[in-house]
Ligand binder design. Sequence first.
Ligand code: MN
Length: 753
Amino acid sequence: MPKPATPHKAESSKHYPTNLASTKLGSAPLLPADIEGSALSLRLQHYLKPQDITQVWDAYRYADLAHHGVVRKTGEPYITHPVSVACILAELHMDVPTILAALLHDVVEDTDITTQDIKEKFGQQVAELVDGVTKLDKIEFQSASVAQAENFRKMLLAMSQDVRVILVKLADRLHNMQTLDAMRPEKQKLIAKETLDIYAPIANRLGLNAIYQELEDLSFQYLHPMRYNAISNAVKAARGNRKEVVSKILESIKHQLATMNVDAEVSGREKHLYSIYKKMTGKMTAFSQIYDIYGFRVIVKDLTSCYIALGALHALYKPIATKFKDYIAIPKANGYQSLHTTLFGPFGTPIEVQIRSVEMHNIADAGVAAHWLYKASDAQLTALQHKTHQWLQRLLEIQSDSADSLDFLEHLKVDLFPDEVYVFTPKGKILALPKGATAVDFAYAVHSGIGNSCVAVRINQDLAPLRTELHNGDHVEIITGALAKPNPAWLNYVVTGRARAHIRHFLKSQQSTESAHLGERMLNQALRALHVESSQITDAHWQKLIRDYGLKKKSEILTDIGLGKRQNVMVAHQLLAMTDENVEKHTKLPAKSLDTITIHGTEGMAVQFAQCCRPIPGDPILGFINKDKGLVIHTHDCPSVRKFKLDPDKWLDVEWEPESKRLFKTNLNLTVANQPGMLAKIASGIADAGSNIDNVSVEESDGSAYANLYFTVQVKNRVHLADLMRGLRKIPDVVRINRAKGNVANVVKKPTQ
Ligand code: MN
């Protein structure tokens, strides 16, 4: 049984005293005895079974008792409000649970009755609907920005889950707007603005045309009373002036359709005032230029008839070519379908005509509610359901593979925005986050600094763990700590890329700190081996090294060493070369050569390729640090380094940079038949392979049948060299060809250049 209402709650600012005499409901107060003849009763009798209506009266009595003793300013019992809301929904032929929820919609919020009580008395479904409306009532729209209004609308829709919740909410808002008169003017404007920004667009998006237009016109009336009256009067005047014209046109349209055998219902219609106002302000036109305050609507039995009717009307009056729109072929986003055409009327006035089928008309009028409104109809039902279903899907941007196989009603229960969740920041801003987002995701969405230092969260005033999943409408406040750091465990539950990236970045930089420590120890070790005290290395040395490496910080070099990307020995040698006693020598070292860029990790060092083996990319190589020459690169199999290789302290393992565009010198040794023209043949073979000759020498071999030739050629790498040698081998009389390593200078006796 309902407990008595707490009277103080009735003064809550969100309910507006109503003068019932001015509403559509009829005489007041409504007492159980009067039910039979009430407006609600009359509407319900149209489409509900007697046992359903009995249930409605149960809910009525329950709500009446709960709100008992609470009166609106005008003296009417509070129950008149929920009854009016139920009336609006009964007009749309909403199902029984919706009507019950409408009657009970303020009971949980304004009295001591709980959702559990409702569930026990009226069942799970009704309780859920009432709970949904109660939750919507609790969130407030604060920001005036357009983007925030859009987010707020989405939040309301997402929170509704069941589309019937938002329908009850819209009916609630409509009745509050209808009875806004008794409010203070400032309050009226505030509520009217919210209605215009939030609720009217939702009604429009759901295709609830009648509710949408009434919400807009009522808001317009309270926001701009003067403009409203001016337009309203102008429309009235125009209505009077054009009365005769309108009925004449109406008659000729009817006649024309009849002669063409099109079964149609033709009516005149007037635009709603706010849309006329929007047209005037949007296009900066005067009222006298708005011709289409009147239009005609032609409703035919099916789709084909729409186009036949269109043809008939175009035969009657000439159409304005640019004003024809086929919303049947391409429906509007909210599922609206019709043919729109504008004709040159008999008196030079343009006539706007909408042509649609009965089914299209039902959807145009009631939108999402069309499903309930025309439930009773027969074979059309499935097609209508299907269509309503389809556009609801599109409307709500739901992507689901199995959509068509599922029942329509089941879909009404789905999350309207399955991928997003909308929550409030402490400043009242609404953030849209992916579904499943946690407090940590929220923190990073606000600011990376907040994310990196968050320690706890308050959700709707209560402390909660950081991993808590957020829900629509939550107020979220992050608590940060000065010494807090991201935790690797967060990666297990964050869902936003932003949070993930920031946490990873932090962990990486933390890892690099550790690597830098290791790198520093390794470098000191290498310096000690070279008998250099770390105190000998000054900031200036480091600055030069950082510059030479093209880096920004010393820690980057140390991190590279720690991570094994750079060799401590090489860095130590470079630093050694810069220390005071070596400065002179260092400056005399060969200038940085192009070769630097070809050997990994040697930026800023003098690098030379050994003349003996002439390494080329692809060769396994090692480097020797020479105090005079810098780093000298040899091939692994160069005979001249054989004796050093056993002593690991003397050499460095070095690597080629992956890509190098320059050419490298290398030596070739050829044995050829001692014939005239041989040199020219070989030179042209080298050129054919895309190589250059850097040097040639010929070993004298008096009287012998064979001659030895030494070439220094330029190649890109080992592959290029192999190609070159393969080409030369094909030349007749080339007996032997091989790459020369070791001290070739000994055999070069007669330079040719
Ligand atoms: Mn209410």
